[in-house]
Design a protein around this ligand. Structure first.
Ligand SMILES: Cc1cc2nc3c(=O)[nH]c(=O)nc-3n(C[C@H](O)[C@H](O)[C@H](O)COP(=O)(O)OP(=O)(O)OC[C@H]3O[C@@H](n4cnc5c(N)ncnc54)[C@H](O)[C@@H]3O)c2cc1C
Length: 533
């Protein structure tokens, strides 16, 4: 590694960090260091189905757990986060969603100039390469290669028909003009391989002489001179090292670790820092606050027809065939995202845009903790409210960098969230009860037909829901007193330090977060390169 002085230091090689490492080093004019706490790669990461193996695998996953709360029925909830080059984009469910125009317009309306839908649309186009949809709205030649989930089944046809029956039209491109409808999932899969940001942004940049990539490097704290961030301290094995940044450091450690690093460095709420004996270098009340995530009840039904679910198709000889098929054609069960069909719908007709997302899953698992396919053929719908209002927090409870911070979701605290989740469960049930499902629908296993009243449904959610693994907002962008970064992603009151990852989202956008966070990485690189032209 030699000289540890760089123009830019990127902390965390995840969805956003890999984008920044690529873009900041692209011209060759800047020396860039990328520090990633996890390993460079995992031999299975390129196979899409690896998401099911990585969900609780500490070799590539931080495996955080939330604090038990009333809204989780006293359960801790798993909070998986990627811990390897590519970050969570290398372990995720491969679903690609941009969100709705109103997400970004509302960010702009909060005072975040430059983040309206019209502002971010060209960036979404630039980052993707997708053959479908309207060329005015979709990108054709970006680094992130997207394809539609490739799988056909009479069960999927029945889902589409059932949706039509309940008034939900088929939408050929939910990332185009409108999100509403039922659709085949657009995925970060190309030719049967996972398209992580490590694959799409780091592989093409690896050989650049001006880009150093250090994996297994855990950043412990930032180095501050008064109100300027000049460098950082990180650990590789037992060795403590320092790196200096002539221009800027950009934190891309994700929604859990970016606020943690700030707090460990003395930037945050004085009472949180004081409780851990950390000197307050810069008081910033928003650090670690405003945590939002999609809270997801999973509904499960038995399926009466044989051979249409993966409980039948991926067992015994069927599984051997799926493996052979993948090896020969890169298709089948192993090449699918976590959900091959999505729907976005409004739970009330007067709403302007969908407020609920359904993930259709062509199998049932035995138990969320075991993640084994259930012996009975079944189907699952994972449902979430798109824009939850409940806010939690993430804070350190120990000055040791290796201790996981405390995650409190505070789910269901907003009345709108409770109402929308109940309405969403009812909407999913209506769809499965449509005539088109008659040939497939068996018994409702979860929550079960006895669970009917609002309170019973909420009880089921408290006792069983998981998250969609979309924590955001803990270093929110804004112009108010709770903002941690300004609209240029500069940490308020500190020079030489920006944040670019899921933590900067002021609100949770309507859908899965990987694509929007890649967009954040792209936009951050534009702003940094412009500042240091
Ligand atoms: C299991 C799972 C399934 C998901 N499914 C989907 C999906 O299907 N579609 C979708 O759009 N989104 C999905 N998501 C969410 C999406 O992948 C994430 O929101 C997104 O990847 C987060 O990007 P990020 O850049 O904020 O953080 P990450 O991608 O998590 O990157 C943060 C990086 O920083 C590193 N890091 C952290 N702390 C330190 C430190 N102290 N020092 C050095 N490095 C550090 C981490 O190891 C990691 O590599 C899923 C997420 C998970 C976990």
């Amino acid at each position: 590694m030699g000289d540890q002085s760089y123009d830019f230091v990127v902390v965390g090689g995840g969805s956003a960090g890999c984008v920044l490492a690529n873009r900041l080093s692209e011209s060759g004019r800047h020396r860039v260091l990328l520090l990633e706490a996890g390993p460079r790669y995992h031999p299975l990461e390129r196979v899409p189905i690896s998401y099911s193996q990585f969900i609780d695998n500490p070799a590539v996953n931080w495996c955080f757990m939330s604090k038990p709360e009333e809204s989780t029925g006293g359960r801790p909830i798993p909070v998986p986060r990627g811990r390897l080059l590519g970050g969570s984009s290398a372990i995720n469910g491969l679903v690609f969603v941009r969100g709705q125009a109103l997400d970004y317009d509302s960010w702009a309306q909060m005072g975040n100039r430059g983040w309206s839908y019209d502002d971010v649309l060209p960036i979404f186009k630039r980052l993707e390469s997708y053959d479908g949809g309207d060329g005015e709205l979709r990108g054709r030649s970006g680094p992130l290669r997207l394809t539609e989930a490739y799988d056909r089944s009479p069960l999927y046809d029945a889902w589409f028909a059932a949706a039509e029956e309940v008034g939900l039209k088929r939408n050929p491109d939910y990332n185009g003009a409108s999100q509403e409808g039922i659709c085949r999932t657009q995925t970060t899969i190309h030719n049967g391989w996972r398209m992580s940001t490590s694959r799409c942004y780091i592989d093409p940049a690896r050989r650049r002489a001006n880009l150093d990539i250090q994996c297994d490097a855990h950043v412990e704290s930032l180095l501050l001179k008064e109100k300027r961030c000049t460098g950082l301290r990180y650990r590789v094995g037992n060795e403590s090292r320092e790196a200096q940044a002539r221009c800027e450091i950009v934190l891309c450690a994700g929604s859990i670790n970016s606020p943690q690093i700030l707090e460990l460095s003395g930037i945050g709420r004085p009472e949180v820092l004081g409780a851990q004996g950390i000197e307050v270098r810069h008081a910033l009340d928003g650090v670690g606050e405003n945590l939002r995530d999609h809270y997801v009840p999973r509904l499960r039904w038995d399926i009466t027809q044989r051979g249409v679910t993966f409980n039948d198709r991926a067992r015994g000889l069927g599984l051997a065939w799926q493996i052979l098929r993948y090896a020969l054609t890169r298709r089948g069960f192993l090449a699918l995202p976590s959900s091959p069909i999505l729907a976005f719908l409004r739970t009330r007709p007067e709403l302007e845009a969908p407020d609920v997302q359904l993930h259709f899953i062509p199998f049932a698992i035995e138990h969320i903790k075991k993640r084994k396919l259930a012996p009975e053929a079944g189907m699952t719908i994972a449902m979430c409210q798109l824009r939850p209002e409940s806010k939690g927090s993430i804070h350190i409870t120990d000055p040791q960098p290796m201790t996981a911070p405390e995650i409190r979701f505070n789910f269901l605290s907003a009345a709108l969230d409770r109402e929308t989740l109940v309405a969403g469960v009812r909407a999913a049930r209506r769809l499965v009860e449509a005539k088109a499902m008659d040939a497939f629908r068996g018994r409702e296993i979860n929550p079960g037909s006895k669970v009917q009243s609002d309170e019973e449904i909420l009880d089921y959610i408290r006792g069983n829901a998981q998250t969609a693994y979309h924590p955001v907002g803990t270093c929110k962008m804004g112009t108010d007193e709770m903002a941690v970064v300004d609209p240029e992603l500069k940490v308020c009151g500190i020079e030489g330090l920006r944040i670019a990852d899921g933590s900067i989202m002021p609100t949770l956008m309507s859908g899965n977060t990987n694509g929007p966070i890649i967009m954040i990485g792209e936009k951050a690189s534009d702003m940094m390169l412009e500042a240091w032209r």
